[in-house]
Design a protein around this ligand. Structure first.
Ligand code: NAI
Length: 720
């Protein structure tokens, strides 16, 4: 047995002579996660407590500093070969947590930090829960986000504790509650400062637990089966409208809760274990879990072998849409002082306003205190010259997309900082080596490509050019993580990765439009495929001018496969910038004065003038599947080229980039995992058939052809 495994994850200490406190402290790990192999140890500890004479109760808490239990270790389920094995894991969880539930003495969970998934299920099995009022304390059941359901009794205990509506909401969204929210819905019994958490829990255990408050009216209402079924039906409809049938977990969660509430807990537990096993084996869950592992492993990567410099002061050039967003996340997430420079006071004011507005939204939703807003705002300041920039460790440049201007910015920053400052450009289309062409310190220059809106989009591309040094790469990756972003390091070539794979997809959607498919039909085809919005809706959102700017650069660099139909130029030349100027593929600004507050806003209408502008009369001859296949196959082909050309470092990075940068359907796991699931040979065959009917651009790239020949996959298969 290795020493790692032999160190216990639990220890029992006796407090005040008559309360046992079980500390969970998984050895050699930063956070506690539950593993199946802990069951025996845990039972032994419970046994030990039971044989300690005079004990009045138990407290379960964490031995880690800032975390209770982050969940069950999901790598356990990767080893399951069939649904029966996976169900077995769930049943083991039931047995273990039943021991807590049926323990002869009161057991109180004392929660500080993350209490998620299996961690919350353990807490639910306890007889009462107390948590700290700390910002780090979060409670939730995020299994649905991995295509799963809470499999250790959560689907049964939660609705019985807090009522069906709240329980369904928590399980179907996977959202995490802060302490006060948890108290409000009865998920915890008390909220106290962390400093007295253990004492209060010990006192409670000594007293014999808590008396449950009188049952909530909502729960009482749901004692009627008819009403319950109405709640389940409406939850089902709501879930379906969100998932569009692409995710099996929500439906199963509703079914399992329904069984438990209508046919009793025993039937509910049995159904929970069965459904858990089935969900584990679905391709959707496998894809979502693979994304989860990819993001987790990226969090631990530094981008290069060097050690990052500790950033203490940030400069942002340009207070526009992007600069404003970058300043905001640097101060709010990164907790760093930020100095913004713009050419005018108006530009500076606009950037400050950007942060103020976002923070104020959070204050009005009670997610932030007014004094916290003030503290964040005090970190952001502005200037129209470079005052204060000499202290910046990193400057993020977000001025107009103009090469000469960006080179001028490089020269000015180099002069002010003597080459000590890292210069990160947020360019969306200019090669980084060109921005660095006249630099004195090219090793300090790098691309840092955010997506709009900066505060919402989780991805950044970090783009070193040939002369960027490793310290700059590592520092910028660490900086992006500090801003709460997932960073992929990509190659310095036209379009980098995300825009490069998006461009052919958008061009093909326009090609379908030119050939007579309507805008709604095309958008709906891609939404049915699984994208959050269709391509024309996307162009309207990001700005048609911004979205198409990269195309000539891609054509110049890679040739005609990036050539958009002329129709797109006509749209741009008609001053259609999309949502931002109220002129796009869809109509804007026609909110009817008759719209009453209880009526849902009407679905946005296509601006039919587009058809006359580009000279087509749509007659929708193609099926949605055919449209989606054409757009998506081009994206897949380009993604494979990017891997072949080392624009991305791995298929994993390519999947992360597409899912978090574009919204490639997460239930497919990203373009590379999707190609693996289709089969590379089949993907190649489909592309070849499309090439015959729709042209050369569909011809599968060399890498795909070679892989098909060698029967390879991007990810190792289970047996490897
Ligand atoms: P914007 O037009 O909203 O803002 C640019 C700002 O730069 C303006 O406030 C302007 O006054 C300021 N500026 C111009 N010259 C300056 C100088 N010499 N010193 C200081 N400030 C100066 O543009 P946006 O959309 O924020 O884009 C900025 C950069 O980010 C561009 O390179 C763009 O390609 C890139 N980008 C834009 C995305 C988008 O969706 N808008 C997405 C990703 C990157």
């Amino acid at each position: 047995m290795d020493t790692k495994a032999s160190q216990p994850a639990f220890r029992l200490e006796i407090y005040n002579e008559n309360v046992g406190v079980i500390f969970i402290d998984v050895p050699n790990e930063k956070v506690n996660t539950l593993k199946a192999e802990f069951a025996e140890q845990f039972l032994a500890i419970l046994q030990q407590a039971q044989s300690t004479s005079g004990l009045k109760g138990l407290v379960i808490t964490s031995g880690k500093k800032d975390n209770f239990i982050a969940g069950a270790d999901i790598s356990m389920i990767a080893n399951c070969e069939n649904k029966e094995q996976a169900s077995e894991l769930s049943k083991e969880g039931h047995l273990l947590f039943d021991k807590i539930d049926n323990y002869p003495l009161p057991i109180i969970a004392a929660i500080h930090g993350a209490c998620l998934g299996g961690g919350l299920e353990l807490a639910l099995a306890c007889h009462a829960r107390i948590c700290s009022n700390d910002e780090k304390t979060r409670l939730g059941l995020p299994e649905v986000q991995l295509g799963l359901l809470p499999g250790s009794g959560g689907t049964q205990r939660l609705p019985r504790l807090i009522g069906i509506p709240h329980a369904l909401d928590l399980m179907l969204t996977g959202r995490q509650l802060r302490a006060k929210q948890a108290l409000k819905i009865g998920l915890v019994d008390d909220v106290v400062p962390e400093s007295i958490l253990l004492d209060v829990a010990v006192q409670l255990a000594k007293k014999g637990g808590v008396k449950r408050p009188v049952i909530h009216w909502q729960q009482r209402l749901l004692s009627s089966k008819l009403l319950r079924n109405q709640v389940f039906n409406s939850a089902k409809q709501k879930a379906l409208s969100k998932t569009k049938g692409h995710y099996p977990a929500p439906d199963k969660i509703i079914q399992v809760v329904k069984t438990g509430m209508n046919n009793g807990a025993k039937a509910g537990y049995a159904q929970e274990a069965k459904a858990f096993g089935e969900l584990v084996m679905t391709p959707e869950s496998a894809a979502l879990r693979s994304l989860f592992f990819a993001v987790t492993s990226l969090k631990n990567e530094t981008g290069s072998k060097a050690k990052p410099i500790n950033i203490q002061q940030v400069g942002v050039l340009g207070g526009g849409l992007m600069g404003g967003g970058i300043a905001y996340i640097s101060a709010s997430q990164g907790k760093l002082p930020v100095r913004i420079k713009d050419i005018s006071d108006k530009g500076v004011a606009q950037a400050l306003r950007y942060s103020w507005d976002l923070l104020t939204q959070r204050v009005s939703k009670r997610r932030l205190l007014a004094r916290e807003r003030a503290a964040i705002m005090s970190k952001i300041s502005g200037t129209v010259n470079y005052q204060g920039f000499e202290k910046a460790d990193i400057v993020v440049e977000a001025v107009f997309e103009d090469l000469a201007l960006k080179q001028k910015m490089v020269a000015e920053i180099e002069q002010i900082s003597d080459g000590k400052t890292i210069f990160a450009s947020n360019t969306s289309s200019l090669p980084i080596h060109q921005i660095a062409a006249q630099a004195q310190y090219p090793e300090k220059i790098i691309g840092l490509h955010y997506f709009s809106p900066v505060d919402k989009m989780p991805l950044v591309e970090v783009i070193p050019h040939k002369h960027t040094d490793d310290t700059t790469i590592a520092t910028v990756v660490a900086f992006a993580k500090r801003q709460g972003k997932t960073a992929i390091v990509v190659g310095d070539d036209a379009g980098f990765y995300v825009n490069r794979i998006l461009a052919p997809y958008l061009c093909e959607a326009t090609q379908c439009l030119v050939q007579g498919e309507s805008i709604e039909h095309i958008d709906s085809a891609l939404v049915s495929f699984g994208f959050p919005v269709g391509p024309f809706n996307l162009l309207d959102e990001v700005g048609i001018d911004v979205g198409t700017k990269i195309l000539p650069i891609l054509v110049a660099r890679f040739g005609d496969r990036f050539k958009a139909p002329e129709a797109l130029d006509k749209v741009v030349n008609d001053d259609r910038k999309g949502k931002k100027n109220g002129r796009g593929f869809y109509e804007y600004g026609h909110t009817s004065s008759k719209l009453l507050f209880w009526k849902k806003a009407p679905k946005r209408q296509v601006d039919k003038r587009i058809y006359a502008l580009i000279g087509v009369q749509p007659d929708n001859k193609l099926s949605k599947t055919d449209i989606a296949q054409r757009c998506v196959m081009l994206m897949l082909n380009e993604a494979a080229r990017c891997l072949d050309e080392k624009i991305i470092r791995s298929a994993r990075d390519g999947d992360i980039g597409a899912v978090f940068g574009i919204g490639f359907p997460p239930f497919f796991g990203g373009p590379f995992r999707y190609m693996d699931s289709l089969g590379i040979a089949k993907t190649v065959e489909t592309m070849q058939a499309l090439a015959k009917s729709h042209g050369e651009k569909f011809s599968p790239c060399d890498l795909l052809c070679q892989m098909a020949k060698d029967n390879q996959t991007f990810y190792p298969t289970q047996s490897e």
